[in-house]
Design a protein around this ligand. Structure first.
Ligand SMILES: Nc1ncnc2c1ncn2[C@@H]1O[C@H](COP(=O)(O)OP(=O)(O)OP(=O)(O)O)[C@@H](O)[C@H]1O
Ligand SMILES: [Mg+2]
Length: 267
């Protein structure tokens, strides 16, 4: 892929100290869960944190934060991000679709335009951190976001431990390199389940794939998250795991690790 020629989206001046794209090769590996919980965990100690849901076809972020029925205000012709109870401001295509089950049937150029508008038609205000949740793969949305953010300060690749996810994730890493992400890191999600009976760790999808991928591709391994059954129900109820005392620890730990990495000189 020739990113230079692939065109279109123009850089937008974002007043965020740090910008982070959350990507993956495969669908369903936990990008939205990671993006939402990173934003929530970091908003506790940072100033304003923005979360842009750039998954146009499957915008899940409003639901994960319990604000899917909110309609954002428009002021001076610009969209005001939706404030959540977690001090994270959110913008998502999900807020703009007429109904929750309305499908979006758009070709590439329209999608690029929509992404562009989610940046420059929104009053983001000054942010300490902008997290962008992306759809799986390396299509129009990730490309537009990467171009708009000038590569972004960090590209976080989410993977699960098994071989198949790893192979796809390596494509996302190559993509992040091509679009000039300043740092690339890997997070392994659903790494293990702690047995509720004996407390032993069960490797649901194999072991160590995220770290291996990072080593093979020469990027940073930022940590892993366990499979936490409570995360699923909490997500369905619009409560992020990072706000739940019983399960928040690994999410907060990962968030701090990511923030430290974003503020370190790129390798
Ligand atoms: N660490 C975890 N423990 C338990 N369940 C998880 C975990 N991470 C994600 N899940 C669950 O897995 C499902 C998929 O997660 P999520 O929607 O975050 O993935 P995604 O990569 O954003 O998917 P898509 O590619 O469709 O955007 C959700 O039901 C979510 O609650
Ligand atoms: Mg998602």
């Amino acid at each position: 892929m020739d990113v230079e020629k692939a065109s279109a989206a123009k850089k937008v001046k974002i007043t965020a100290d740090k910008t982070l794209m959350v990507l993956s090769g495969k669908g369903g590996v936990g990008k939205s869960t990671v993006a939402v919980n990173l934003a929530v965990a970091l908003a506790e100690s940072l100033g304003p944190v923005g979360l842009l849901d750039a998954d146009l076809h499957g915008p899940n972020v409003p639901k994960l934060l319990g604000v899917e029925h909110v309609r954002p205000e428009v002021r001076d012709g610009k969209l005001i991000p939706v404030e959540t109870p977690y001090r994270v401001k959110v913008v998502s295509m999900g807020f703009l679709l007429p109904q929750r089950d309305s499908p979006l049937i758009w070709r590439g150029p329209l999608k690029m335009k929509a992404i562009q508008q989610l940046f420059d038609q929104v009053k983001w205000g000054k942010l300490d951190l902008l997290v962008v949740d992306l759809p799986p793969g390396t299509g129009d949305e990730p490309l537009s976001v990467a171009q708009i953010l000038g590569g972004a300060d960090g590209a976080l690749i989410v993977t699960t431990p098994q071989e198949l996810a790893r192979l796809d994730a390596s494509k996302a890493i190559s993509f992040a390199r091509k679009v000039g992400a300043k740092r690339i890191g890997v997070v392994e999600n659903m790494s293990y389940l702690t047995c509720p009976h004996c407390g032993k760790e069960i490797d649901l999808f194999g072991k160590g794939g995220g770290r291996k991928l990072a080593e093979e591709m020469g990027v940073e391994f930022l940590g892993s998250l366990p499979f936490v059954p409570a995360v699923i129900g909490a997500g369905d109820r619009g409560i992020p795991a990072a706000s739940l005392e019983e399960v928040r620890e690994p999410f907060v730990e990962l968030a701090l690790q990511v923030w430290e990495w974003l503020n370190r000189e790129p390798a």
